[in-house]
Write a protein of this length. Structure first.
Length: 287
């Protein structure tokens, strides 16, 4: 018989893992949804964010400042990548895949050279970062609740931004019909640059946010790269809300399987993606 404590642990871990996946995938969904650019380097940017954040935290001992510095570097990297690598190959999917694959390899190599043994996020006296609470005989780290809240807040913010603001209207117009949006005065070039830059910055920020739980290791970009690409497949390639629901689905399935059928491990995420591709290739939550 499954104990209530085990169920509670599985639910909390499922929500936490879902938030992690969403943070890794949302930037990719924005970039592909608006620009039709399948950025293979997105997971590498996510891992780089974890490394930079932990490095900054050791230097400053300040969580928010380290997050800000990581996000700002993400903006710079996103802008440079779009201008130097992506912009010359708009409309050429094969060139985009090859170039972003090369960038992914370059980032992996850079991380292994600079941080060959990885970085461990230190234990702190901060209650929100390193504290625990007791729920029904289960000891749960407070930061898991912080990460869950961040995931839901980000989803709410993105939903509001895309549906209630002029920026969101322009983004959706550019996604649906670029030529018509241009006729109505939307600067598609600036829109693309902003979207790609924001998507990369979100990836670095996501990596920074998960680092207190996962630490910074070379497994993070590899693991979350696969998950980040599974989310748009399951949720719908251009569905912003679908990315959130798909993250919840895969997050809960992954954690429940890890608790009750650990032999399947990471394979269950790929199985879910394959089943969706076979049954509903356009995604479960296609808008």
């Amino acid at each position: 018989m499954v104990s209530p404590e085990l169920i509670l642990s599985a639910v909390i871990d499922g929500l936490t893992y879902s938030s992690m996946i969403y943070l890794a995938a949302i930037g990719l969904v924005i970039i592909f949804g608006l620009m039709d650019v399948f950025n293979l380097a997105q997971g590498a940017f996510f891992g780089l964010g974890a490394y930079l954040f932990v490095t900054f935290y050791y230097m400053t001992n300040n969580f928010l400042l380290s997050l800000l510095l990581t996000f700002l570097i993400g903006i710079v990297l996103g802008l440079l990548t779009e201008r130097a690598i992506i912009r010359p190959v708009y409309g050429n999917p094969l060139a985009q895949l090859l170039l972003t694959m090369g960038l992914m390899t370059l980032l992996y190599t850079f991380m292994q050279l600079i941080w060959p043994t990885g970085l461990v996020f230190p234990e702190t006296q901060n209650f929100w970062l390193s504290g625990y609470i007791q729920l029904a005989d289960v000891r749960i780290r407070i930061y898991k609740f912080v990460l869950i809240a961040i995931g839901f807040v980000l989803f709410g913010t993105m939903s509001t931004l895309l549906s209630k603001t002029m920026i969101g209207i322009k983004l959706r117009a550019g996604t649906e019909n670029r030529e018509l949006a241009t006729v109505f005065g939307v600067d598609i070039s600036m829109l693309f640059t902003s979207a790609f830059t924001f998507g990369v910055a979100l990836a670095l920020l996501g990596g920074a946010l998960v680092a207190p739980l996962t630490h910074a290791t070379i497994e993070i970009p590899v693991h979350f790269s696969l998950l980040a690409f599974a989310i748009p497949v399951v949720g719908g390639m251009k569905s912003y809300s679908g990315a959130f629901y798909a993250s919840l689905l895969i997050g809960f399935v992954d954690r429940l399987v890890a608790y009750f059928i650990p032999q399947l491990g990471f394979a269950i995420d790929l199985i879910v993606m394959i089943v969706v591709l076979v049954v509903k290739p356009e995604g479960l939550f296609k808008r």
